[in-house]
Write a protein that binds this ligand. Sequence first.
Ligand code: 5GP
Length: 184
Amino acid sequence: MSRLIVLAGPTAVGKGTVVRALRDMAPEVYVSVSATTRAARPGEVDGVHYHFIGPEEFDRRVAAGDFLEWAVVHGQNRYGTLRGPVDERLATGEPVLLEIDLQGARQVKASMPDAHFVFLSPPSWDELVNRLVGRGTEDQEERERRLATARQEMAAAEEFDQIIVNDTVERAAAELLSVVRASG
Ligand code: 5GP
C-alpha cells in the first residue's frame, strides 16, 4: 500500500476533528502542515496548524512549483500542500497523512495515483445537512447553496479507494489510524 494517505470529504464532515483525534492517539504519525493565506485563528500556531503566508508569498511558491496541490477553499482563501516536507518524509519510508479538500485530492490523484485516497463520510445525509445548516443562522439562499455543494461533494465518494464513516470521532480516527499503520 502507498505511504501517502489523503483524507478528504464533504464540507463540515469533521475531517479536522478526526485528524486531531488521530494525533492525540498517535503523536508519531506525520500529518502534513499546509500553507494558507487565511489569517490564523486564536490559538493557532504558525508552523504547527498551518504555515500562514501572505498572498504574494503563496503566488511565489506556486510559480516555483513548491506545491503538490493547492486550491481556493470556500471561495476565499488558498490552501496548499508543500511538496518538499512530504517528499522528504516519504523518502524515509514513513507514512504521510494529508487532510485536504476535494479539489486538492483530485490534484494529488492526478500526480500521485498510487496514493491511498480516503473519503470521510457523514453517517447519513440528514446528519450532514444538520451540520451544515443546523445552526439556522444562514438565509434560505445560503442554505440551498451549501446543500447543492454538499450533494456534489458526496458524489465524489466513488472516486476514492476507501470510505470511513464519521459516526463517532474516536472510532473514525481509530479506523484512519489503522489505515496509516497498515501503509507504513
Ligand atoms: P480551515 O480554514 O477550517 O482550517 O480549513 C478549511 C478547509 O481547507 C478544510 O476543508 C481543509 O480540508 C482544507 N484544507 C486545509 N489544508 C489544505 C491543503 O493543503 N490543500 C487543500 N486543497 N485544502 C486544504
